[in-house]
Design a protein around this ligand. Structure first.
Ligand SMILES: *[C@@H]1O[C@H](CO)[C@@H](O)[C@H](O)[C@H]1NC(C)=O
Ligand SMILES: CC(=O)N[C@H]1CO[C@H](CO)[C@@H](O)[C@@H]1O
Ligand SMILES: [Ca+2]
Ligand SMILES: [Ca+2]
Length: 566
């Protein structure tokens, strides 16, 4: 124990002089990991993942170098949108376990020094939420809790019609008639997900109360769902303006039919980010502990994200999630990657010195399908080599693919393919569950792509991923806020180079060949480097050295990490 302490102290001494004047907070450089709880680990044999399963697997997150994990919703829900339709924001759904299970998970997480971030879904509740029932009945204080409207009467037909032409994200009108209340209610997503009225101070208070409830149970922050959709524009007379046609989709039932100028990114949203952050700051001041974070899911322009981040006195979400790298595809070149990085850096880095890089989530095809199986490691290298936080969707670290799924009674969602069970081992059901049938099928390639097997294979996706996490805590990687602490360039059309340095005695060069051809690069710099990390397609071995004054050859889809030590 004492030796470990001493070693720790020594390491701190070695590292600290090089960190520089601007210390970084834990989240700025964090390795984040998204767990989709239904598919991580089942412990009671019902074929659906649960909280005890997450608790059991936290040690794995520690093993691979994760700082914090965010969990998709675990709250009470009829599961019409698998937990994104919450019927009680302060209860655990029984399919995931109990509040005791949750507390036990938190204890284990603290023990391992892992942070837990919960999904926070403020835009809507389930229509089975008590608040909605009360609102339907116009009960005291709940009358205006959701967005209700009488609708418009069509002058020609005399028929009642929805208040506006707005189309829901999942298709069809955003307005549904409610027989009991005899009014339309708004839902930007499913009919079973009525939108809350955030102009109502009582709604905002209820939501702060939800945040406080989970902070009291020890969570380290929240990932806010569907941020751009929180507010809608309402005319002074209470009517709602039609949205203009987008001009590029001719199906009136499709979300893309309209240009969402009145139902996305309304100015009040920025204020709301500040309000939530203020609440977290105050909470921390009163209760101590490390910084509580807000991540925000917002498919918005980088200028809008910059507003959500805030500045000076007005602090908002620390991590408006950066989805730029998710837009890459199988044809993307190193120059395209640089373009995607630039889009973020030119605004967010310039304004706020902050960055985060998301690889995937439960709404997007996995990298193996989006870009090709050869490129999974390349993307993992890129997001972890860039300065800032990385966000990994469970299974990307072992190169999982989308799975062909069929509609069942449990699920029939076009996003099912990227939500299948985590592949832990080559055993039955990939060790995810003892059930005869899991809620979604286990990928047919699980005997090759699984944690246990990949632990034993040099240069497997898992090993590469782990190696990258170790780099994140090196002096050069920690110094990213120093001037010239990093750079990224396309040295050829297909080869991306990322440099990380503490401008002192340590420098890393990361080279990624996005193309399917061998690449030869001449004279990068006049210094001798050591191979630290190589991917599957490399002909080199860690420990080899190379003089970058000469030429360096990269195999198709090869990524390498080189280190120079003064
Ligand atoms: C939302 O709540 C506010 C404040 O209670 C109220 O003035 C407004 O009419 C409500 N909006 C809707 C659409 O019901
Ligand atoms: C990535 C993500 O969290 N997507 C969710 C956004 O919000 C809608 C509605 O709550 C969900 O259906 C998505 O899964
Ligand atoms: Ca279970
Ligand atoms: Ca809304």
């Amino acid at each position: 124990m004492l030796t470990r302490l001493l070693l720790g102290l020594l390491a701190a001494l070695l590292v600290s002089p090089t960190i520089g004047s601007k210390d970084i907070d834990w989240w700025e450089n964090a390795a984040l990991y998204q767990i989709y709880p239904r598919s991580f680990q089942d412990t009671d044999g019902d074929g659906v993942g649960d909280l005890n399963g997450i608790t059991q697997r936290l040690a794995y997150l520690k093993e691979i170098g994760i700082t914090a994990t965010w969990l998709s919703p675990i709250f009470k829900s009829p599961m019409s949108d698998f937990g994104y339709d919450i019927s009680n924001f302060k209860e655990i759904d029984q399919i995931f376990g109990t509040m005791d299970d949750f507390d036990a998970m938190m204890v284990q997480a603290k023990k391992l020094n892992l942070k837990i971030i919960l999904d926070f879904v403020p835009n809507h509740s389930s229509d089975e939420c008590e608040w909605f029932h009360k609102s339907v009945q116009r009960l005291d204080g709940y009358d205006d809790f959701y967005v209700w409207h009488d609708g418009r009467v069509n002058a020609e037909t005399g028929e009642r019609e929805p208040p506006s032409n707005w189309v829901s994200v999942f298709g069809g009108s955003q307005w549904t008639w409610h027989e009991t209340r005899q009014q339309y209610f708004l839902h930007q997503f499913q009919v079973k997900q009525p939108d809350l009225n955030f102009s109502n101070p009582m709604v905002r208070e209820h939501m702060l109360d939800v945040l406080g409830f989970w902070l009291d149970r020890g969570v380290d922050g929240f990932r806010i769902d569907a941020v751009p959709h929180i507010y809608e524009l309402r005319n002074a007379d209470g009517s709602y303006p039609n949205e203009p046609l987008s001009g590029w989709n001719s199906d009136p039932n499709s979300y893309d039919y309209l240009d969402h100028i009145y139902t996305k990114d309304q100015p009040e949203t920025v204020q709301l980010m500040y309000e939530w952050r203020d609440y977290l700051i105050k909470y921390q001041a009163e209760h101590g502990g490390e910084t509580r974070v807000l991540l925000a899911e917002a498919y918005s322009s980088v200028e809008t994200l910059s507003d959500y981040f805030g500045s000076g006195e007005r602090q908002g979400t620390q991590m408006p999630m950066n989805f730029q790298l998710m837009y890459l595809n199988g044809y993307s070149t190193a120059k395209d990657v640089v373009g995607a990085i630039d889009y973020w850096m030119q605004t967010m880095w310039t304004n706020h010195q902050t960055a985060n890089w998301v690889v995937g989530n439960h709404d997007t095809q996995r990298v193996a399908d989006r870009m090709g199986a050869h490129k999974v490691d390349l993307l993992n290298v890129i997001v972890n080599a860039l300065p800032g936080a990385s966000v990994t969707y469970y299974g990307e670290e072992i190169g999982m693919s989308n799975v062909k799924t069929e509609c069942t009674e449990i699920s029939c969602d076009d996003r099912d393919g990227e939500r299948t069970p985590m592949q832990w081992s080559p055993a039955t059901n990939a060790d995810f569950s003892t059930a005869e049938k899991t809620w979604l099928p286990v990928g047919s390639d699980f005997q090759r792509y699984n944690v246990k097997t990949e632990r034993g294979v040099a240069r497997s996706s898992l090993q590469v991923f782990k190696g990258l996490q170790q780099l994140k805590s090196s002096a050069a990687f920690m110094a990213f806020k120093q001037t010239n602490g990093f750079s990224y360039t396309a040295v050829t059309e297909q080869v991306l180079q990322i440099v990380r340095t503490n401008n002192h005695n340590e420098e890393y060069r990361i080279l990624v060949n996005m193309g399917n051809k061998m690449e030869i690069i001449d004279a990068l710099v006049d210094r001798v480097f050591e191979y630290i990390l190589v991917t599957a397609y490399s002909v080199h071995t860690p420990g080899e050295t190379i003089d970058l004054k000469g030429r360096i050859i990269l195999m198709p889809y090869e990524a390498i990490v080189l280190r120079w030590l003064a």
